[in-house]
Design a protein around this ligand. Structure first.
Ligand SMILES: *Cc1c(COP(=O)(O)O)cnc(C)c1O
Length: 424
């Protein structure tokens, strides 16, 4: 494969050196994949999935046995009582928004204990009664507890706030998303849940699980979260889902969330599946493997960029709880060259050049590389970053390790050639 690169001698040397030591990490990833594959097989078998469950329903979509089985399989795999898995959920943001509107009522309070939430949730939370339909518009209060300087949850402040304010809902975000802080592991989330439960047993604990599914052995619902939500064009769709989201957790709250997504009195009973069930079943079946491929791509990218002299987070050999790889390019041209390289290595729109541009919700221009089969699917290889120091880029996805590896080599090749990266 190296003959396709301009700097083939150098990059082949680095890649061979790196692959000689990352294989120990790959072994760990393979074991995790095998565990999740076994669990998936067991859940499919126990739910008795048959050919006719893959067939579409129409109209109101009542008594759709395939949809019901799929949702029970999600619930089993996530250690949840119930799950809602729908193409009618437009995105991860929609799944999270519906979860919050399920739990919160006027006069209630939402407390984020992992600092500021993902950018798209700012509009969901809102800040005044302005007719926007946000939580604030409905008279729901919001407060967040900042992370400590080292990026950890401020346990003392959280315990105090929860004890005194007894918020209706506490929100935890597992993945760093696009913030410069570490992601939170399941062990850390378990500790947070214990602190909140002890201080206020009736508080509902919600976890934004985006990018985390199948990375660790367990999900937040296994360790006590009441409700979690995520996107199907990330991990659990396995690259097959064309759109959609899921919500899982305690039956009471999932039913309320179904009411928020559909309508009171209908809830999860309705929702025709006109053709998406086959993709969802097959995507979920493939998800453990695909997540493993994305993780291997992330480990390779971290090791290669560390070899080239760039700070990364997580480091190649650190534990992971999501598929996001953060790279600090420390130079505007290098961040741009890297994203251009990832775009050039994409199956779709490889001939286009990504250009930094303003984005709603971001103070600086953002560059995005996303030549994906499913629009915006970040389980497929993609990269992006805001154009401000220290020029941090985020890389995620890769349906196959071979593609992830090729993409990173092409991106490094471009950094060496047009980005004038040092060869040391
Ligand atoms: C992707 C993501 C979301 C939701 O994003 P959508 O683009 O609406 O699917 C929410 N939180 C985090 C941490 C995410 O990574």
């Amino acid at each position: 494969m190296y003959t396709y690169l301009q700097n083939n001698q150098l990059l082949k040397g680095w890649a061979e050196e790196v692959e000689a030591h990352i294989h120990e990490k790959f072994k760990e990833i393979d074991q995790r994949v095998e565990l999740h594959q076994m669990r998936a097989l067991k859940a499919f078998r126990e739910e008795g999935v048959s050919e006719h469950h893959l067939a579409p329903s129409t109209g109101y979509g009542y008594d759709d046995a395939g949809r019901e089985r799929l949702e029970r399989i999600f619930a089993r795999l996530f250690g949840a009582e119930e799950a809602l898995v729908r193409s009618h959920i437009v995105s991860g943001t929609h799944a999270i928004s519906a979860s919050l509107f399920a739990v919160l009522r006027p006069g209630d309070q939402l407390l984020s204990i992992t600092g500021p939430p993902y950018d798209t949730l700012k509009g969901v939370i809102g800040n005044e009664q302005d007719g926007s339909g946000s939580l604030a518009d409905f008279g729901i209060g919001y407060r967040e507890i900042a992370l400590t300087a080292s990026g950890e949850v401020d346990v003392v402040a959280v315990r105090e706030a929860v004890r005194q304010e007894k918020p209706q809902c506490v929100a935890i975000q597992r993945s760093r998303g696009y913030a410069a802080r570490p992601s939170f592991t399941i062990a850390q989330i378990k500790e947070m849940i214990n602190v909140v439960r002890t201080a206020s047993p009736q508080t509902v604990i919600f976890v934004d699980n985006c990018y985390g599914e199948f990375v660790e052995e367990e999900e937040p619902t296994h360790v006590g979260a009441d409700l979690i939500a995520g996107s199907l064009i990330k991990n659990p769709g396995g690259g097959m889902a064309k759109s959609g989201g899921y919500i899982a957790g305690r039956a009471h709250w999932v039913k309320r969330a179904a009411t928020a997504v559909v309508a009171p009195g209908i809830g999860s009973e309705g929702g025709a599946t006109y053709g998406y069930l086959r993709d969802y079943f097959q995507g979920l079946f493939l998800a453990p493997h695909v997540v493993g491929q994305a993780l291997k791509s992330a480990v390779f990218s971290a090791a290669m960029l560390e070899r080239a002299g760039f700070p990364t987070s997580p480091r190649w050999n650190e534990g992971r709880t999501d598929i996001i790889q953060q790279i600090s390019f420390q130079d505007r041209d290098l961040l741009i060259a890297f994203c251009e390289g990832i775009q050039e290595a994409s199956p779709i729109d490889a001939h286009l050049l990504p250009v930094p541009a303003p984005m709603p919700g971001y103070p600086d221009d953002v560059i995005m590389a996303a030549g994906t089969f499913v629009q915006g699917a970040s389980i497929e290889l993609s990269a992006d970053g805001p154009l401000r120091p220290p020029y941090t880029g985020f890389l995620q996805g890769g349906l196959t390790y071979a593609h992830g590896k090729a993409g990173i080599l092409i991106a490094l090749d471009r950094m060496l050639t047009t980005g004038k990266m040092k060869k040391g």
